[in-house]
Design a protein around this ligand. Structure first.
Ligand SMILES: Cc1cc2nc3c(=O)[nH]c(=O)nc-3n(C[C@H](O)[C@H](O)[C@H](O)COP(=O)(O)OP(=O)(O)OC[C@H]3O[C@@H](n4cnc5c(N)ncnc54)[C@H](O)[C@@H]3O)c2cc1C
Length: 300
């Protein structure tokens, strides 16, 4: 479904993020729990794209399998750093042919010294490219692809000037983005403040809140690495530390924290919640259960 139709149908969206598995065991384990995710009836699911296209084939494979073998509606992430116009054109054409309706348009990691210069210095260049692609009528939907972009409630490490950073986000919206999905965060105050700053900047498209439950100490360390700039509140770290080596307790604490975040976001009228699942269904199911809902439709 085009994101415009999803947003019309769902007053609050609930969506899940998957990554393309690296090996057969990973594929088996994801498809073993896929029915759990289907039962929760998310508004859509998204599939990450490895840095500089490292998972290009696997992202495509997962998107196609989700689309053809499940009831889930997949939105592929697409990063443009280190890609040529030809690369992106091919990927978009393939997705259009498969009936994929939306793309999350990202830059990805900035090219390192020595890497080929990209045709797309920033995500906005990809948004513009997709808009032009849409105008050519290649996609079976006359509107073409719906477009999402990333936003960073606690700032993006490349742009310490937060006013400038908001200008860059606003420019992506003006270039034609339909929705913003936020980087993961643990401090709702930071999200609410950023949401208010988005409104002050004249951004009116829906903003979805990225929530990742802490499920292990190793996972927490990986998050700190991947989502540079994201703050870990002392209260959360203290609660995790109290668990010591008890892995099940760490997971319970993480699920509890994420549930409290979701409840407060829903109470304040958030437009969407995007759960980073790490391809496991337990934490997502527990959060829904704690929220007192059987499916995403009950949140609307
Ligand atoms: C929801 C979400 C999903 C993600 N999924 C993936 C994924 O699947 N694969 C992956 O590799 N990465 C993913 N990322 C990470 C993302 O690619 C990186 O954080 C990247 O560094 C920024 O991407 P962007 O799309 O925001 O880029 P941009 O919008 O290009 O911004 C990157 C930086 O450049 C600055 N900037 C923007 N425009 C200009 C300009 N015109 N001039 C100067 N500076 C400018 C911005 O302020 C920012 O600091 C995801 C991030 C989020 C929040």
């Amino acid at each position: 479904m085009h994101i415009a139709d999803i947003l019309k149908r769902d007053s609050v969206t609930a969506s899940f993020e998957f990554f393309p598995p690296r090996n057969d065991a990973g594929w088996d384990s994801l498809f073993h729990v896929i029915a759990d995710f289907e039962r929760l009836q998310p508004s859509f699911v998204s599939v990450t794209y490895g840095a500089a296209g490292s998972t290009r084939a696997r992202t495509h494979e997962l998107v196609v399998r989700l689309k053809t073998q499940t009831k889930l509606d997949p939105i592929p992430h697409l990063t443009c750093a280190n890609h040529t116009c030809g690369d992106i054109e091919n990927i978009l054409t393939q997705y259009a042919q498969c009936g994929v309706s939306n793309i999350l348009a990202l830059r990805g990691d900035a090219p390192q010294a020595g890497q080929t210069a990209s045709d797309f210095p920033h995500a906005i260049d990809l948004v513009r490219f997709i808009r032009k692609f849409n105008e050519r009528g290649i996609h079976p939907d006359p509107r073409g692809f719906g477009i999402g972009v990333a936003g960073f409630p606690e700032g993006h490490p490349d742009t310490p000037n937060t006013l400038l950073q908001m200008d860059h986000l606003r420019a992506k919206v003006d270039a034609g983005a339909d929705y913003i999905c936020s980087q993961l965060f643990f401090d709702n105050a930071a999200f609410f403040d950023w949401q208010e700053r988005c409104q002050l900047a004249g951004i009116q498209i829906p903003v979805m809140a990225g929530i990742m439950p802490v499920t292990s100490i190793a996972g927490l360390k990986r998050m700190a690495d991947l989502a540079g700039g994201t703050k870990f509140p002392a209260k959360l770290l203290r609660a995790v530390q109290r668990c010591g080596d008890d892995a099940a307790s760490v997971e319970r604490v993480g699920i509890h924290w994420a549930t409290e975040q979701c409840m407060a976001l829903l109470d304040k009228g958030v437009r969407g919640i995007h759960l980073y699942t790490l391809n496991k269904s337990d934490a997502t199911r527990a959060i829904f259960q704690n929220l007192g809902v059987k499916t995403a439709a009950d949140l609307r």
